[in-house]
Each structure stands twice: as C-alpha cells, then as structure tokens.
Design a protein around this ligand. Structure first.
Ligand SMILES: [Zn+2]
Length: 462
C-alpha cells in the first residue's frame, strides 16, 4: 500500500503549499488553503493513430526535432481550422477550432453554456464526442431534439472519470471532444473529490496532453463563481489556449460570447446570440436588435455607432435626468463606465454651462451589453442633454466621437466603418469630430463635423 500523499492548495488561485497556512502568499486571500489528497498512479494512454486533419502527433514531433529556421523560410500557410458551422463562434475563435487546441468556455450557471455547446456539437460535420457529467443521456436527448433534431454525427457519453473517457476516445476516435463540465471530472491519479483544485488541474493536464498528442480540439465548459472568475483555479485559464466567456443577463434574451484569451486570434471579437425556446439563434446583424423600433420620438435617447472588435454596432443610449429628491444626487450607469459618466457631466457643467450638479442622472445602454468604446461619449452627451431639456433627438441621426476634458469633440479610429454601418441601417446623418480624416469624399449619409460640445448643443437644440 502506498502512503497517502497530501498537498495544500489555495482554493482561490490554485497555488500549492507544503503545509497549511492562514493566508495564501500568492493571492493574499485568507482561509482559502485546504488539504487535498493526491496520489499519482500509472500513466494512461490513448490511441494516436488517426485524427481529423492528419496532424499526426505534430506537436510532440515538432518539439522533439525543433531547429532554428529563418523567418523567410517559415511557410506562411494559414493553419488548418475546423469550421464549427456557427458563424458567431467561428468569429470569436478567430476562424474556427485549431487542431490540438484546448478551449475553455466559462459563464455563470444557467446562462446557456451547455445549450450553446450541445448545439454546436450537434451541428458539427465531424465525429464529435459530447461528454456530460451534468446531465443524463435522456435529458441531453430531450434538449437535442429541441435545438437540432437532425444531428447524426454527435455521440453522447455520460461519464466523469477521465480514464473511462480516454478509453472511449481510443475506441471511437472522435474528431472533436466537448467536456461538460471540467468541474465534474475526476481522475484516478488523485484522490480528492471532483471539482477540487488538484482534480481540475490534473484532469485539465490530461486533456491538454491528449489534445496536443492527437491534434484533437477539446472544448471544456467551466462554471464561473459569483465574482466572475472561472470556478476553481485561475491557473486553468493559464493552461488552456483559449478562454471564451459567455455572458448576458438571465433576464435578457441576448447573450454575448467573447474571448478573454486567444492564442490563435484576436480577443476583440464578439459573438451575439438570442436565446429562444429552440436554442440559441445567431444574431448576424446585431445593430438592428439593439435599436428599439419605437416610432414615437422620445427624449433622452441617442444612438452611437460603435465598434466591438472589427464589428460595427449601432447602440442605443438612454438617459434620464431629473431633479434630485434627496440631498446627494444619484448617478448610475448600466453598460457604461460610471466614472466616465461623471467626467462627461462635469464637462457639460463646466464647458457648456448646464447645471447638472443637483440632478439625478441615470444612463442605460440597451440590450444588456457593456460598451468600452470611447466613441459612445458623444451619444451619451446627446442623450443626457436631450433628457435634461426634454427635447427628442431626431431618430435618423447618430453619433461617433469621444469627448475630451476641454469639451472638445475628438476623432475616433476607423470612423469610415462606423459611417458605413450607419448608412447601411438607413440613418440620415452622423455627427463626428471636425478633425476626422475620411478616406472617401462623399457618403450616402450626411456627415456633420463638429469641434466642441457647445457646437453639438447648438446643432441639436438650436
Ligand atoms: Zn491564493
């Protein structure tokens, strides 16, 4: 009998310690260190004889025989990618799944991670293995019948032990493996319970080894704790190639998929889905859904032409300005940086003479999404002023500019793309900075170039 081996792990950051201590020296959290039983057993193996794109153990072979090569001699061929048949997912991944990559899909419980992954797995034109430790095969079947009844290349395995999963993989040789979820897996090599730091770490290590040695892409689903971290160790995020985050408000029907980390592509791209009874529908033209179709002209709304990654997005901003009932005025922003809202209110007060100091200001970006693009600033100004003086802004007008501390209307990058999106959606005019350089002499939309916040006030409200 081998002696039981134990180690101490921080449950917050995954740091390992030889003995217990009150505070984690790595992440400075208190009372997060717990003892876990670890015991290494013999190594397992999987068959590497075939894989979807013929990359036979490419990674290990390469690492064994790596030699320096001239940059000019490196082939510039694009790496092969597996098309997931899901445009939004492909976009966020940077063009599809890379063979041998490990992708982690995180999100709060109940947001629709399993629905998304099952839907993708069912639609894949490759032999796919969907491993579920969360639901029974019957439950998955019921859901599958709802989201994509005509699937025929997806296999379901309800199993949580990695050794059994690898035995099945060796037998059926799948092209893609989906694990739902990493927190339910456990390996025989370690004796602590499923979901513990050491189990998550060891199971992920085994999956990485499998993915790299067989060039099979593996997608892991991971739950997120309340404070927004992937439950369990932060190290999980460092171990995998790509970290995708599925977010949105459970009360809203829209879900956003974004990459927090991507070894094979940009992290700027955004995928948008609409949650329906039959599963998640890809939203290929998000601008149309983010703007309300209200025919009436309402004060306090303005539309911004923003960019999320490479993708132009028309977003509606709503503001409500009212006299403060209590002593201290309230300022609140949903989907927009609250500090930036305060800055803009200060600029309006100082540079344009609006007395907003004693007013409550509420700001909302519709659709439940969060925008970082500073080009939204001018629309925020317009919405706040429109609500303040209760005059509606023409619905056929939109905005794309940043506001500076001196009250200047600043140019924003790729303004051309923003103008074209506004034009495409039938807007009649767009306000941008006077200092924007435009590549084209004329557009199918009238372009109003302004230099200062005062000019904007003048233009909008006379
Ligand atoms: Zn720690």
């Amino acid at each position: 009998m081998a002696k039981t081996k134990t180690t101490f792990f921080c449950q917050n950051c995954g740091a390992q310690f030889a003995k217990w201590q009150g505070q984690c020296t790595s992440c400075k959290e208190w009372n997060t260190i717990a003892e876990e039983i670890i015991q290494k057993a013999e190594k397992i193996s999987w068959d590497v004889s075939s894989n979807p794109l013929g990359h036979q153990s490419s990674v290990t072979e390469r690492s064994r025989s790596a030699k320096p090569i001239l940059v000019s001699e490196i082939s510039s061929e694009k790496e092969a990618r597996l098309d997931t048949k899901n445009e939004e997912l492909n976009r966020v991944l940077g063009g599809g799944l890379v063979p041998g990559s490990l992708t982690l899909l995180g999100g709060e419980p109940g947001i629709g991670k399993s629905t998304l992954m099952l839907q993708v797995a069912l639609q894949l034109p490759y032999k796919t293995l969907y491993v579920s430790g969360e639901e029974s095969a019957q439950q998955i079947k019921m859901r599958a019948a709802r989201v994509y009844p005509e699937a025929n290349s997806c296999y379901i395995l309800t199993e949580t032990k990695t050794q059994n999963i690898f035995r099945n993989i060796a037998e059926m040789q799948p092209d893609i493996v989906v694990i739902d979820s990493i927190q339910t897996l456990h390996t025989d090599h370690i004796e602590s319970s499923a979901g513990s730091i050491s189990q998550i770490r060891e199971c992920t290590t085994e999956l990485i080894k499998f993915a790299k040695e067989t060039a099979t892409p593996v997608i892991l689903i991971g739950h997120i704790t309340k404070d927004g971290n992937i439950a369990g160790p932060k190290i999980l995020e460092h171990m995998v190639d790509t970290v995708l985050q599925f977010e949105g408000d459970r009360n809203h029907i829209y879900r956003i998929l974004r990459a927090n980390k991507n070894r094979f592509g940009s992290t700027n791209e955004l995928g948008i889905y609409e949650m329906q009874g039959s599963g998640l529908r890809e939203v290929s033209n998000p601008s149309e859904i983010l703007i309300s179709k209200n025919e009436e002209e309402l004060s306090g709304t303005a539309i911004a032409s923003t960019l999320e990654g490479m993708r132009p997005l028309m977003i509606e901003i709503q503001a409500l300005v009212s006299t403060a009932v209590y002593g201290t005025p309230q300022r609140s922003a949903t989907g927009y940086n609250a500090k930036r809202l305060n800055m803009i209110l200060a600029v309006l007060e100082k540079r344009a003479g609006f007395k907003l100091g004693a007013k409550d200001v509420f700001l909302n970006v519709t659709g439940g999404i969060t925008v970082d693009d500073p080009a939204i600033d001018l629309a925020v100004v317009a919405a706040v002023l429109s609500s303040n003086i209760d005059i509606a802004i023409d619905k056929r007008m939109c905005f794309a500019a940043e506001i500076g501390l001196a009250g200047e209307v600043r140019p924003v990058p790729r303004v051309d793309q923003r103008i074209l999106e506004a034009e495409k959606l039938g807007f009649e005019s767009i306000i941008i900075s006077k200092y924007c350089k435009l590549p084209k002499a004329s557009y199918g939309i009238s372009i109003i170039k302004l230099a200062k916040v005062n000019d904007v006030v003048q233009h909008l409200f006379g």
